[in-house]
Design a protein around this ligand. Structure first.
Ligand SMILES: Cc1cc2nc3c(=O)[nH]c(=O)nc-3n(C[C@H](O)[C@H](O)[C@H](O)COP(=O)(O)OP(=O)(O)OC[C@H]3O[C@@H](n4cnc5c(N)ncnc54)[C@H](O)[C@@H]3O)c2cc1C
Length: 820
């Protein structure tokens, strides 16, 4: 299968079928072929690029919100630079550079931090003055510019041409591309994709890649797979010709005005990322929409166009050639949807690019092809992994309400702790009104409304976003101290609870988890689930409830992934069933030195160390309920997690609150949970540990039961790595200056040299300064001496702050308190 034409019929069998001939589909096809796969077929409903790709503005800007997106963009730039030479198809690449403006001190702080992190990822960038912006962009008004950042290697490209170049490269390497060939059905058997039905015939295949752009949601439905994305209107304007503009004029990104401006054939193009977007065709994208446009709404765009005229005054005197509006797909969190579906083997998705599909398209194809061929992504892609999404997110009203906010967010302030303001209140715990009544300020995770911090009487439970100390700093301090000194109550019902049950449950779980699950009923284990490379796919607690039943608990946002991971790694003939039961149980977490006193006063049984040791669980009677009490901690104190059936939870909550009053009980939010766990150096999956981090590097090898008879997934990789010197280790840092704050991505310096980035950070109220975790990498090996003796600093914006480094937790290094 080397060449093809669209008037031929597709084959009846293929190794992989790609649905969609936009930039994503063509890039996946190109990269699969480059990895040596033959019999790859790409099916396009109409003509290549006819969906969203043809009308993109073609910006190639590298610095994105996350490291993953930045790396995908950087790879794309690299490939696009050589694609024309390789394929003979022009791409229209112009390396004109880009400038990003900061108009406020807050934006300057945010961008300064972002650009210093990006330097660690190999992105070329320099901070420039307003005068320098003026020199590079003579037509721009710069009177309001605080500072700016110049990315010389950025540029722009012709989206249609670059997609055609990818398609040509794919064809040259053997991919068969069929246009006017819509996929109309997808077949599956025993949880695995088996074939696609097209208008031109049926193709048997074990790999399907859904690159259907804004149709990807509908295509997903053909397979029973949720692809939560929604199209929204997206605009740019093209002016009449303007004197003085030229192709090498850098792209001017102006977050303060929600616009970018670039040259387009002697004219100016103004792209708009409005604050309040408009969803398009919520009920479904028309099947015959090709090279389509949406009639523009001038009134809605007027304020943004006026703002753009403020930046480039000549625009006000220049006629408008075109106000273009086209649809693009957006997701609930402004990240892409990539990877294998959680509920259908062999069905992959690459869609939902939030208006970044061209600049990341090559990177997307590279990652997807690797994932398909090798079974894993070539880098940590959790932030774009489709398994971070939840089935309920495919609700059309939710998506329509949320994408109103998603479109503009890239150009807004990325405050620390910023919360979504649309589509809120999706999931509320039965305790929601109770915690609201005592001042909870809610944040959202996985759709759950969760108390992040509690306002004091007279204080509004509202975020006032800023860099530096937050308006809830003192609330956090009080909650933090209460847990260290008395007792705190955390409402954590959102936590994911997964039952692993059946005659073979012990054996099946034992193979997936690092810990030895052959334990008596009532034992609680801390464990990771690893991939074959030894990377951490999940960080969980496991409680043995019966000889044939275990409960796995993990963070709410990982529920889909962890459930899928368990199911995917349990043999089909195993007598073991995995069931997510998160919504059936509330979880009340009582932590602190007086937690024993509190619970012993209202719950059945003995609560002494001997009667109820650390790492054990048992049924207790509390309030009018039976609950599962689990002695474990994520804050480093004596404490118990109480799992209470939902209908009983209000009564149990009231009983705890009442009994806690004389003991100094504090209502504590997720920010306190975070500050406490960072102070204690407990790791957080997706921040500090993930699929590319091994327990050896992360200091979690103590969870590994090396000598389990049947081993565990990832053990061989760890054993091989164990004999090597440690070149990367997770370290805790404590700043010397209590006025500085850590969030994440701040560069770590050792003797002035960059050796890593902070993965998570927060003010540690007991230690008295901001603390953070981060990997230190050194090819010569990261020894205990290096950490103990090295001169460490953290780069925060343009400030270099000395920091103490430690491999052991700086708070309670011996771990005596949870066991007290
Ligand atoms: C105004 C505007 C400006 C933009 N500017 C930029 C920019 O400057 N930089 C940037 O990076 N991105 C930009 N974008 C975003 C970019 O265009 C998209 O992210 C990208 O084109 C998405 O590519 P795709 O392959 O996922 O989707 P598409 O290009 O839509 O491709 C999906 C394909 O699937 C096909 N299909 C659908 N259903 C079926 C079926 N059943 N069977 C077979 N085929 C099917 C469709 O026909 C379509 O061709 C812009 C978008 C807009 C609207």
């Amino acid at each position: 299968m080397t060449t093809n034409t669209s008037d031929q019929s597709p084959p009846t069998q293929a190794r992989a079928v790609i649905i969609g001939g936009g930039v994503a589909g063509c890039s996946v096809a190109y990269h699969l072929a480059k990895l040596g796969w033959s019999e790859v077929v790409l099916l396009e409903r109409d003509q290549l690029t006819c969906g969203t790709t043809w009308h993109a503005a073609g910006l190639l800007t590298t610095l994105r919100d996350t490291e993953t997106q930045t790396r995908l963009a950087a790879y794309s730039q690299q490939l696009y630079r050589r694609l024309e030479e390789e394929t003979g198809q022009a791409t229209g690449l112009i390396e004109c550079g880009s400038i990003q403006l900061a108009l406020t001190p807050a934006k300057a702080e945010e961008m300064g931090r972002g650009y210093r992190a990006a330097q660690s990822w190999g992105i070329e960038c320099e901070e420039i003055s307003a005068a320098e912006v003026q020199r590079l962009w003579p037509l721009a008004y710069v009177g309001d510019v605080q500072t700016a950042f110049h990315f010389r290697r950025d540029g722009r490209i012709n989206p249609t041409d670059v997609t055609r170049a990818l398609a040509k490269g794919a064809r040259q390497a053997g991919v068969a591309i069929f246009e006017r060939c819509p996929v109309i059905a997808i077949e599956q058997n025993h949880g695995r994709v088996t074939a696609v039905e097209t208008a031109l015939g049926r193709i048997e295949t074990s790999i399907v890649v859904n690159c259907g752009g804004m149709w990807a949601r509908q295509i997903g439905r053909l397979a029973g797979v949720d692809v939560p994305l929604q199209a929204a209107e997206h605009y740019y304007l093209i002016s009449e010709p303007v004197d003085g503009v030229h192709p090498k004029l850098p792209i001017l990104r102006d977050p303060g005005r929600s616009t970018y401006i670039r040259e387009e054939a002697g004219k100016l193009m103004v792209g708009i990322f409005e604050d309040v977007a408009r969803p398009w065709n919520v009920a479904g994208i028309p099947a015959d929409f090709a090279f389509g446009e949406i009639p523009p709404d001038w009134d809605r765009m007027q304020p943004y166009l006026e703002r753009a005229c403020g930046r480039v005054p000549v625009l006000a005197e220049t006629g408008v050639k075109l106000l273009f509006c086209g649809p693009e797909s957006f997701t609930a969190d402004h990240n892409y949807l990539m990877g294998e579906a959680p509920n259908l083997k062999g069905f992959f998705v690459a869609a939902g690019f939030n208006s970044l599909g061209i600049l990341s398209g090559a990177g997307v194809g590279f990652v997807m092809a690797h994932w398909i061929v090798h079974g894993n992504a070539p880098m940590d892609v959790w932030s774009v992994n489709i398994r971070r999404s939840h089935a309920w997110q495919n609700n059309p009203r939710y998506l329509a309400d949320r994408v109103v906010e998603t479109l503009g967010i890239g150009y807004q302030d990325h405050w620390p702790f910023r919360q979504w303001s649309t589509a809120r209140g999706v999931k509320r715990s039965i305790l929601h009104d109770r915690v609201a009544a005592v001042g909870a300020c809610f944040g959202e995770s996985a759709g759950w409304e969760r108390p992040n911090w509690y306002a004091r009487p007279g204080q509004k439970p509202v975020y006032e976003y800023r860099w530096g100390r937050q308006n809830w700093f003192e609330n956090n301090a009080q909650e933090h101290r209460a847990v260290r000194e008395a007792v705190g109550l955390f409402e954590q019902s959102s936590f994911a609870k997964i039952l692993v049950q059946g005659r073979d449950a012990e054996r099946a779980l034992n193979r997936v988890a690092t810990a030895d699950c052959r334990v008596p009923i009532g034992r609680v284990l801390y464990a990771q689930f690893l991939n074959e490379r030894g990377g951490i796919e999940a960080d969980v607690s496991i409680t043995r409830l019966a000889s044939d039943r275990f409960m796995v608990v993990t963070a709410a946002f990982t529920a889909t992934h962890v459930t899928a991971w368990l199911r995917g790694n349990i043999a089909e003939d195993s007598h073991c069933v995995v069931t997510e039961v998160s919504d059936a149980w509330c979880m009340l977490n009582v932590q602190g030195p007086r937690s024993r006193e509190l619970l012993a006063g209202i719950a059945s049984g003995a609560w002494s160390n001997e009667a109820f040791p650390f790492g054990t669980a048992r049924e207790v009677q509390i309030g009018y309920s039976q609950a599962l009490a689990v002695r474990i901690t994520y804050v480093g104190e004596l404490g118990w997690e109480l799992y209470v059936p939902v209908p009983f939870a209000v009564g149990v909550y009231d009983a705890i609150v009442e009994a806690g009053k004389p003991l100094g009980l504090a209502h504590c939010g997720y920010h306190a949970l975070n500050s406490l766990r960072i102070e204690k150096a407990y790791r957080d999956w997706s921040h500090d540990i993930g699929p590319d981090d091994s327990p050896l590097d992360a200091g979690l090898a103590f969870t590994c039961a090396w000598s389990k008879p049947e081993g565990f997934i990832g053990r061989d990789a760890l054993l091989a790595a164990r004999s090597q010197p440690r070149r990367r280790r997770l370290v805790q840092f404590l700043l010397s200056d209590p006025h500085e704050m850590l969030y994440h991505n701040e560069p770590i310096l050792l003797e002035g040299r960059r050796v890593g980035l902070i993965t998570s950070g927060m003010f540690a109220h007991t230690l008295g300064a901001a603390a953070g975790l981060g990997y230190v990498a050194d090819e010569r090996g990261v020894t205990d001496e290096l950490i103990a003796m090295g001169r460490f600093e953290i780069l925060i914006g343009n400030r270099t702050v000395p920091a103490r480094a430690s491999l052991r937790p700086l708070y309670d290094p011996g771990g005596a308190r949870p066991r007290g």
